[in-house]
Design a protein around this ligand. Structure first.
Ligand SMILES: NC(=O)c1ccc[n+]([C@@H]2O[C@H](COP(=O)([O-])OP(=O)(O)OC[C@H]3O[C@@H](n4cnc5c(N)ncnc54)[C@H](O)[C@@H]3O)[C@@H](O)[C@H]2O)c1
Length: 363
């Protein structure tokens, strides 16, 4: 008997539900055609639910995710009606931390030369993958404010770096490089000023690198790396860094490879329930207008299929989506790069579904 793989779909806020609907339809089609044991359960957690009855995530939900689900397919959270964003922290950051999803995997791969904003840098040059530490750093909420709203106010966030946390993300980056025949791993830090926390990163990086003699290992200051990613992106294969720097570098990576509308990510704990989501947020400025690019969500779906062991189907969806970006209709965000007219979310996802159908029929 094949083991069922249950997927928790949390579309969230803004454009989240629009792109989630489009992509789950495609995933369901792939699952049906290839007899994959996938089932999709939808959950309405997000701003609407929070405003209605105060629920962020119900008691016991994390445990259910751990026990029952193989993956989480996530849209985005963030709503102007919740200015403090507390529901978003309680949903997405809580899942990252409590499910210990320590690898935030963000490929920054250019699919078409026309999407590159850099002169002379195309698909051969822009192909790097970022491993962002996802459970520590400056995002743990180890923080406080003293004497608030007075001239003497003190506000601080403490950066958390543990030996275990640093080591496992660096090992994940090297393992990925080895498995994908990548020859370079670069670590980004600020060890020149953050002597303790980032000194730990430097020491652990040097120790781990010795176990991968075939891979060139380089540690760089993040400011120098940000500059060099624009100047010579071809010098980078795998980049590993902390939570904050990874957050910033991957928005840069998205801008170098076609924008947020096509940037995908995985929040992964190897061999455990993991979460797949577009890099973009809930985009309230375009929500409900049929303008959301569904590509980032579809590519995140391909990463999820790969994580679940459906390698052929992951490749099928990934390749069809890349072909869609290169040859098919596109949403307004890609018009400045690709030219032509803007199509709606529905038009792009319907055409992508047709490309998937064709590939399924070819066997
Ligand atoms: N993972 C997440 O859930 C996540 C990530 C980032 C931001 N947010 C939240 O989202 C809200 C909006 O944040 P923001 O505006 O800084 O970032 P955003 O990613 O939502 O939007 C930035 C810009 O990119 C555009 N954009 C984003 N996704 C797009 C898509 N699929 N197609 C076309 N255009 C797209 C938006 O229209 C906007 O102009 C905030 O509440 C923020 O906290 C959530």
């Amino acid at each position: 008997m094949t083991t069922q793989q249950k997927i928790a779909v949390i579309p969230g806020d803004g454009i989240g539900p629009e792109v989630a609907r489009a992509s789950v339809r495609i995933l369901e089609r792939i699952a049906a055609a290839r007899s994959l044991p996938l089932t999709f359960d939808w959950f309405d957690f997000g701003a609407e639910r929070y405003l209605k009855d105060g629920t962020i995530l119900p008691d016991g939900f994390m445990q259910r995710l751990r026990d029952e689900y193989a993956a989480i397919y996530f849209g985005a959270v963030g709503d102007p009606r919740v200015p403090g964003n507390e529901h978003a922290k309680g949903i997405l950051l809580a899942m990252r931390f409590e499910l210990d999803l320590y690898v935030n995997l963000r490929p920054c791969i250019l699919f078409d030369d026309r999407l590159s904003p850099l002169k002379g840098k195309g698909t051969n040059e822009l192909r790097f993958t970022v491993f962002r530490e996802n459970t520590e750093g400056l995002y743990t909420g180890t923080a406080g404010t003293f004497k608030k709203d007075t001239p003497d106010e003190i506000a601080q966030e403490v950066e958390v770096n543990t030996r275990k946390g640093v080591e496992r993300i660096i090992v994940a980056a090297f393992e990925f490089a080895r498995a994908n025949k990548q020859t370079r791993v670069c670590m980004a830090d600020k060890a020149n000023v953050m002597l303790h926390g980032h000194g730990l990163w430097r020491r652990v990086f040097a120790i781990v690198a010795k176990r991968y003699p075939e891979i060139q290992a380089k540690a760089m200051y993040v400011d120098a790396l940000a500059m060099d990613l624009i100047r010579a992106p071809e010098s980078y294969g795998v980049i590993v860094t902390n939570n904050l720097f990874g957050d910033i570098l991957t928005d840069l990576g998205a801008a170098l490879t076609g924008g947020l509308g096509i940037a995908a990510s995985g929040n992964i704990h190897p061999d455990r329930v993991s979460l797949f989501e577009p890099v973009h947020g809930s985009a309230p400025d375009i929500a409900g207008k049929g303008k959301a690019n569904p590509v980032a969500m579809a590519l995140s779906g391909a990463m999820m299929l790969e994580h679940l062991g459906h390698l052929r189907e992951a490749k099928l969806l990934h390749d069809a989506t890349v072909e869609q970006v290169r040859e098919g209709k596109h949403t307004a965000d890609l018009v400045p790069l690709l030219g032509g007219a803007a199509s709606s979310t529905e038009e792009v996802s319907a055409e992508l579904l047709a490309r998937v159908e064709r590939r399924l029929a070819e066997g």
